[in-house]
Design a protein around this ligand. Structure first.
Ligand code: P6P
Length: 334
């Protein structure tokens, strides 16, 4: 009988410590703190229905706390965990208008990493029991250590990321991340609260047969997107492709990595710059997708080359199997 078991996330981080260039263990501790926060949020997400039911009998949940929207709850958990561990000098979040500068208990600000995150993406799906996710992106600060962080530390292009990942709260909770040395997936065993390496070195097929887009917006799409959709639906060669759209970015991306596919959120007359946020949705997902062998663009150029100008700026997003994204770009460039 083999006694072999999967590595835990903690063991994996220690083993891969040498991959974290120039890190004195801070990045490892940072990933570990995100692991802790992910477990707390996972527990709450998986109870959402119950808490709602209990909440219906009053304004408080089972813990006697004022019931909070889960995205607010997730935002607080990740921020408090990162502050308590004193391992970052700044945080930006979809739930916060501006970035947060973090000082240690001694008032210092000597940490060198900033985190940008979408604490609970797709949270409206919670009410209908559809999976949701957390997305995070980690940079080394560009301003001098010890000084207050500035917007410059957050407005960095995606190519500068030192790590990125997502947590998908689905039929199981998975944490998937990269530090630029491949993409690795860990599945939470909730019985013992431990993430185990379940998907080492994840790769996305260069070709895929799934396209993910909200076709309800078809009339508002640019002509290139309309033409690409007709290409996907044509009876020719290995087509028509299959349409799968969960409406939860992390879930659609996770499925497309495992099965191959393309996710598109384009500009439209309703969303002239697109809907997804560059800094804490598109860039981290793009880092993961490129590390898995795929491509992520704005329909023309790599998304991780876009020079950010605003914290919450939106961009069009074409992401997934390399050959599918390149074909879509051909239609966009016609
Ligand atoms: P629509 C969720 O609100 C989200 O940010 C992504 O997770 C998802 O892919 C997209 O927006 C869904 O947007 O306009 O199709 O409902």
């Amino acid at each position: 009988m083999t006694t072999e078991r999967s590595q835990t996330l903690g063991e994996f981080i220690i083993e891969k410590q040498e991959d974290f260039k120039y890190s004195s263990g801070e990045l490892s501790r940072l990933i570990n703190s995100l692991r802790l926060a992910a477990k707390v949020v996972s527990h709450q997400v998986n109870q959402a229905g119950l808490v709602d039911i209990v909440g219906a009998f009053g304004k408080q949940n089972v813990q006697g706390e004022q019931q909070q929207k889960l995205d607010v709850f997730a935002n607080e958990v990740f921020i408090k965990t990162l502050i308590n561990r004193e391992i970052v000098c700044g945080i930006a979040s979809e739930e916060e208008d501006d970035f947060i500068s973090i000082h240690g208990r001694d008032g210092s600000n000597d940490n060198k990493y900033v985190v940008l995150m979408d604490p609970l993406d797709g949270s409206s799906n919670i009410d209908v029991n559809v999976s949701v996710g957390t997305i995070f992106s980690i940079y080394r600060r560009v301003t001098p250590v010890g000084t207050p962080v500035t917007k410059e530390d957050f407005l960095q292009k995606g190519d500068n990321q030192v790590a990125a990942g997502y947590i998908v709260y689905g039929s199981s909770t998975m944490l998937v991340y990269t530090t630029g040395n491949g993409v690795h997936g860990f599945t939470l065993n909730p019985a013992i609260g431990t993430f185990f390496l379940s998907h080492p070195n994840m790769k996305i097929n260069e070709d895929g047969h799934i396209y993910s887009i909200n076709e309800g917006n078809y009339v508002h799409f640019p002509q290139g997107v309309k033409d690409y959709l007709k290409y996907c639906q044509a009876e020719e060669g290995d087509r028509p492709y299959t349409s799968r759209y969960i409406g939860s970015l992390v879930s659609d991306i996770h499925r497309n990595i495992l099965k191959g596919g393309i996710y598109i959120y384009p500009t439209s007359t309703k969303a002239p710059k697109g809907k997804l946020r560059l800094l804490y949705e598109c860039n981290p997902i793009a880092f993961i997708i490129e590390q898995a062998g795929g491509r992520a663009s704005d329909g023309y150029n790599r998304i991780m080359e876009v020079e950010p100008t605003e914290l919450h700026q939106r961009v069009p997003f074409f992401c997934g199997s390399k050959n599918m994204v390149e074909k879509a770009e051909e239609f966009m460039k016609k």
